[in-house]
Design a protein around this ligand. Structure first.
Ligand code: NAD
Length: 321
């Protein structure tokens, strides 16, 4: 048996292939790319494989249209589905992507019953919830990527504003993905100094707004798709935390059962990521304003999730809640 980890990436589109490139360069895991478009996963896997000699890495990559070759994956990253187009909200995406996620999760769970599911497809919070129900996996093995990306966007804008290295900027975000996210300025620091000490309130507010609209800003520029370089990079960082058991503290979309006063909902909070997936949910005290913003975000996510479950029939093992 190989000592190398096995990662399956479902969806060989922009985010999936960027994630594959980032992970292939790490040289600790072999990668299976899955897509429904004939030849696409095979072509991208071969192209990535041929970069190996130049990079000096022995990552094995393969591309497939069915799931047999994905069996026994340590981590499955799901990026399949449509990306947003200009004028399209995340809500518009829900119906299209829910059907795709249901069929994908069913196959993944069948071939890799012990894997960790890292969801990327939008609308993120709803798709993670759907994957949780459809897979029947325990909550520590189902999570979503959103906060690492949102925090990276926040960090980028703060570094640009202050003309400092991005390395010294730490961003803290909570809540639903993008539009309804809650950036926490109090816990956002530059070399340990809260940004509230470094920037006037109106500038912080402007940077928070730009961060929340960060996905839309890219969609409006690209016109034919949504962001993928930063998202793929964020996914790879989360894969590192899990597969290398790094115990990193990062924002992730996880299942809350009473934490932050929120029950039976997937939403973004700080967690510890390690070999078993979500190893701990970290609760921090919020001011009344911050708490209101998080509850508002949770309300928006719940509305979308309720709409989705009223339309989608989940035959998974968890139709009880
Ligand atoms: P893309 O269109 O480039 O790629 C999507 C791929 O999924 C396509 O190649 C398509 O053929 C494939 N696909 C469709 N149905 C499939 C199925 N049943 N099985 C396997 N593959 C299937 O889109 P993208 O830019 O890579 O974005 C992918 C998803 O990720 C979108 O839903 C997008 O909104 C989301 N996204 C999320 C975040 C985040 O922060 N969570 C960031 C960026 C993008």
């Amino acid at each position: 048996m190989s000592a190398r980890k096995k990662v399956t990436i479902v969806g060989a589109g922009n985010v999936g292939s960027t994630t594959a490139l980032r992970l292939a360069d790490r040289d600790y895991a072999d990668i299976v790319l899955v897509d429904v478009v004939e030849g696409l996963p095979q072509g991208k896997a071969l192209d990535l494989l041929e970069a190996g000699p130049i990079r000096g890495v022995d990552t094995r990559l393969s591309g497939v249209e069915d799931y047999e070759a994905t069996a026994g994956s340590d981590l499955v990253i799901i990026t399949s589905g449509m990306a947003r187009r200009p004028g399209m909200s995340r809500d518009d995406l829900v119906a299209q992507n829910a059907g795709i996620i249901l069929t994908v999760v069913e196959q993944v769970a069948r071939y890799s019953p012990d894997t960790i599911l890292l969801m990327v497809s939008n609308p993120l919070d709803a798709m993670v919830h759907l994957a949780y129900r459809a897979s029947g996996f325990p909550k520590n093995r189902v999570l979503g990527m959103a906060g690492v990306l949102d925090a990276a966007r926040f960090r980028t804008f703060i570094a640009m504003e202050l003309n400092v290295s991005v390395e010294d900027v730490q961003g803290f975000v909570l809540g639903g993905h993008a539009d309804s996210m809650v950036p926490l300025a109090r816990y956002t620091t530059v070399a340990g100094i809260p940004i509230t000490e470094l920037l006037p309130a109106h500038r912080i507010e402007a940077l928070c707004k730009r961060t929340a609209a960060g996905g839309t800003e890219i969609v409006d520029l690209l016109k034919t798709g949504s962001a993928f370089y930063a998202p793929g990079t964020a996914v790879a960082a989360m894969a590192d935390a899990i597969l290398l058991d790094k115990k990193r503290i990062v924002p992730a979309t996880v299942y809350l059962q009473g934490e932050y006063g929120i029950d039976d909902l997937f939403i973004g909070v700080p967690v510890k990521l390690g070999a078993t997936g979500v190893e701990q949910i970290i609760e921090v005290k919020l001011t009344p304003d911050e708490d209101r913003a998080l509850k508002r975000s949770a309300g928006m996510v719940r509305e979308l999730v309720d709409t989705m479950f009223s339309r989608v029939n989940v035959d998974g093992k968890r139709a009880d809640h």
